[in-house]
Write a protein that binds this ligand. Structure first.
Ligand SMILES: Nc1nc2c(c(=O)[nH]1)N[C@H]1C(S)=C(S)[C@@H](COP(=O)(O)OP(=O)(O)OC[C@H]3O[C@@H](n4cnc5c(=O)[nH]c(N)nc54)[C@H](O)[C@@H]3O)O[C@H]1N2
Ligand SMILES: Nc1nc2c(c(=O)[nH]1)N[C@H]1C(S)=C(S)[C@@H](COP(=O)(O)OP(=O)(O)OC[C@H]3O[C@@H](n4cnc5c(=O)[nH]c(N)nc54)[C@H](O)[C@@H]3O)O[C@H]1N2
Ligand code: SF4
Ligand SMILES: [Mo]
Length: 721
């Protein structure tokens, strides 16, 4: 037996922890944390370690599968699959145009350097606007807010963890999620270091989350973060705590001041549930801190006003002199300027095009995934007739997955590219086997600007693809070839492709790295980076001790180089908040989500290690609400919203504030994964609305947090005979 060790990195979530893989006879037999990774320094979480099981999972799809007329699947050769896909796709394109062909790329896609570029290239070459990603359930509002503030969706402030005195966390649970829209390995240590040096971490959350428990908790009613932030800003202005110079350099400060004026802490207390005195003190503390970082994530993104919330986080940072300064909310220092690439390929667009259904603005070139079902079923020009899904499981991750599953069966062609026969793959005509991240070379392209300590690394594939698995970009090339397109977004590259000059992801990255700020400029700059040199530094390269301050001005894309503090879109939305939420007596509770340490969205429930012990899908309910509904701990309950109902198990806990119920997403499996199917539970997104009028207006975000529901004891299931 030959065993070897390979340094690589985990690509399940955003810290991208360093890993060492043991390979025996061509198989990964073990993953352990890399002690020599300069940032993660020997840390990895249980999911990262459990990736060995996913890698070797007997339930993995390792060969192309084609749906049989009876609904089952049969193994076919790659050539047979690609030829048939090509033929059917070609026919659809001829009859209905390239604009009838769509693609949904899920979350793991963002962790590959090649996959997103080739998907975007494919839809652009077809001239289709049916491009969807997991972002409209996750982070589109952040990009939209940055577009409005800075004229660029990619200017994403990240907290300067190492120097901040006060970190305000609004709707994130980094002790479990390990941080998002920031790449910061060992996040728990980093947060503890803040308090160890006398600073504070304040966590705004309707649930006493793992992070809230460890630090200071400010409980809040679900989906009232906009009101809370408006009040903090109101106090900042009313008590003249603001940074006058910072505001003078921006555009619209006076309008913002006027806009927030009615939102006194007393006026918003009913909505937020926060004590007005506490809000005032918090505003003063933020203004007084020598470096306060204002950070928000999915908890505050997935309500009805996500774009406003993201906008206000930055507006507050700016108004208190904490934007683009040490210890505050800062901007990244990527060795490959992703934003330039994205602009080049038209992924930097906000609102240039509107969705056919609902008229929502595109964000990073993508439309709201919640609308996919209606884009398939709504007749008319541009109707979606073919759909590719790669690294995504929208049947579980978007609102009303049953509607999507049913709509998918109306497609003329559907193809899933996945590791598993997921709930979404099961609805497809073809399922094509993808490589895991251990089977591909990579570098963390979109995360380079999110490292709180500037960093870059790359990895080679650790093992050859299992079975017949292929990388997504290779599959896209093969499909494209059959329908005679070149899957590139840039016209020049398409033209070159037609002349036979094909660009591989590796060549492209080498090129971008070499012309980037750290690059070797093809030998003109000694000691500069190229892909080879990066590969030699197997644990990665720390590019600087800290992020740089005062960089924003140079990056703003508005022509006047000023931050816009009162764009009309935001003023409009804030106007709508003022009169919002009459409530509905039939649905007295507010449902929110949560993440668990040993789940990862919908795709790690097949690991026996992660599912060991007392794991089950459970709704966290405050004892007061449980009693009112006649529900005891461990009971089965029915949760009902205006849009659907599910059944799951109740867990009574006062960690959720009364009136709130917290239910994890990504459960309720019925795919080709045995362990996951056995885990039971329900798909919480069956309670969510996919109606255009229920989506957040500025970014088309799904409304997944703060959804009105009611609960009741479910009748016991009848024992099967
Ligand atoms: N273990 C694990 N880690 C993950 C993932 C996973 O599934 N499992 N998923 C990864 C992905 S894709 C992402 S995007 C990131 C997300 O990273 P985070 O945003 O940190 O995700 P969560 O852990 O869900 O934390 C959200 C918090 O918001 C709170 N919350 C809910 N509603 C509201 C509200 O209305 N207002 C406020 N203020 N808070 C609210 C919830 O109680 C919860 O504590 O995590 C990543 N990391
Ligand atoms: N109610 C509620 N719903 C939510 C959320 C919430 O907080 N609450 N969070 C949302 C968020 S933040 C996100 S990011 C989305 C996630 O939504 P999706 O991205 O649609 O779904 P995932 O569950 O991440 O499924 C990923 C799929 O990719 C496959 N996969 C894993 N690695 C690879 C790979 O390298 N290549 C390929 N081709 N396939 C791979 C997995 O087997 C799995 O089937 O869910 C969203 N849904
Ligand atoms: S926190 Fe866990 S899952 Fe995320 S990158 Fe690190 S090891 Fe992987
Ligand atoms: Mo996400």
């Amino acid at each position: 037996m030959t065993a070897s060790e390979h340094v690589t990195y985990c690509r399940i979530c955003e810290p991208l922890c360093g890993m060492v893989a043991t390979v025996e006879d061509g198989r990964v037999t073990k993953l352990r944390p890399d002690k020599d990774h300069p940032l993660s320094r020997g840390f990895a979480c249980p999911k990262g370690i459990a990736m060995t099981e996913v890698q070797n999972d007997p339930d993995r799809v390792l060969h192309p599968q084609r749906r049989r007329p009876d609904g089952g699947f049969e193994r076919v050769s790659w050539d047979a699959a690609l030829d048939e896909i090509g033929e059917r796709l070609g026919a659809i394109r001829r009859e209905h145009g390239g604009g009838s062909i769509g693609w949904y790329m899920g979350n793991p896609g963002a962790f590959s350097y090649s996959h997103p570029l080739w998907v975007k290239g494919f839809v652009d070459a077809l001239g289709s606007q049916h491009y969807y990603t997991a972002s409209s359930q996750d982070v589109s509002n952040r990009f939209a807010a940055s577009s409005l503030l800075y004229g660029s969706p990619f200017l994403l402030p990240i907290p300067d963890l190492e120097r901040t005195e006060l970190l305000l966390v609004v709707g994130a649970n980094p002790l479990v999620s390990h941080g998002s829209v920031m790449s910061a390995p060992r996040i728990k240590d980093q947060l503890n270091a803040i308090t160890a040096r006398g600073g504070r971490v304040v966590v705004v959350d309707p649930r006493r989350s793992e992070t809230a428990r460890e630090f200071e908790h400010l409980p809040i009613r679900p989906d009232s973060d906009a009101e809370l932030l408006l009040s903090i800003l109101q106090v900042t202005f009313a008590e003249e705590l603001e940074d006058g110079d910072a505001l003078a350099a921006a555009d619209g400060a006076d309008d913002l001041r006027e806009l927030v004026a009615p939102f006194t802490p007393d006026a918003t207390a009913a909505a937020t549930g926060a004590d007005p005195g506490t809000v005032r003190v918090l505003a003063r503390d933020i203004a007084a801190a020598d470096g306060a970082a204002i950070y928000g994530r999915t908890g505050s993104c997935l309500g009805r006003h996500g774009t406003v919330v993201s906008f206000l986080l930055d507006a507050l940072a700016l108004a208190t002199g904490n934007l683009d300064r040490a210890g505050g909310s800062m901007f990244g220092r990527p060795a490959i300027p992703f934003e330039r690439i994205a602009e080049l390929i038209g992924a930097g667009d906000y609102g240039r095009r509107r969705s056919r259904v609902g008229g929502f603005p595109e964000v990073l070139g993508a439309m709201p995934a919640s609308l996919m079902a209606k884009e398939i079923t709504t007749p008319g020009a541009g109707r979606m007739r073919a759909l590719f899904v790669s690294a995504g499981n929208p049947v579980l991750s978007v609102p009303n997955g049953d509607e999507l599953a049913a709509a998918m069966r109306n497609l003329e062609l559907s193809v899933s590219i996945d590791l598993y026969m997921s709930e979404t793959a099961l609805q497809s005509d073809f399922v094509l086997p993808a490589t895991t991240f251990l089977e591909r070379e990579d570098l963390p392209l979109p995360f380079l600007s999110l490292f709180t300590k500037p960093f870059i690394n790359m990895t080679e594939a650790v093992v050859d693809p299992a079975g017949e698995a292929r990388q997504e970009w290779e599959i896209i090339e093969a499909v494209s070839e059959r329908i005679g397109i070149v899957p590139q977004s840039v016209k020049l590259a398409r033209w070159a492709g037609r002349a036979g000059i094909k660009l591989s992801p590796r060549t492209l990255m080498d090129l971008l790295l070499r012309v980037g700020p750290e690059g070797d400029r093809f030998g003109l700059r000694r000691g500069g980076l190229n892909l080879g040199r990066l590969a030699d530094a197997e644990h990665g390269i720390v590019l600087a001790d800290h992020l740089e301050e005062g960089v924003l001005m140079g990056k703003i894309r508005h022509t006047d180089k000023r931050v816009r503090l009162c764009p009309p879109e935001i003023a409009d939305e804030i106007g709508r908040i003022a009169g919002a939420d009459a409530g509905d007596d039939r649905y007295p509770l507010r449902l929110i989500g949560l993440r668990e340490l040993r789940s990862h969205n919908s795709w790690m429930h097949n690991s026996r290690k992660l599912m060991a012990g007392d794991r089950a899908h459970r709704a966290r309910i405050n004892p007061v609400d449980a009693e009112a509904a006649g529900v005891a701990d461990g009971d089965r309950i029915r949760i009902e919203s205006a849009h659907g109902e599910i059944e799951t198990e109740a867990k009574l806990t006062d960690e959720v504030v009364a009136g709130t119920i917290a239910v994890p997403h990504g459960w309720g499996h019925r795919g080709g994964w045995e362990t996951a199917n056995r885990a039971g539970g329900a798909n919480v997104n069956l309670l969510m609305s996919s109606r255009p009028e229920d989506l957040e207006r500025l970014a088309g975000m799904a409304h997944l947090n703060g959804v009105a529901v009611r609960i009741e004891a479910a009748p016991r299931p009848v024992a099967s005979l």
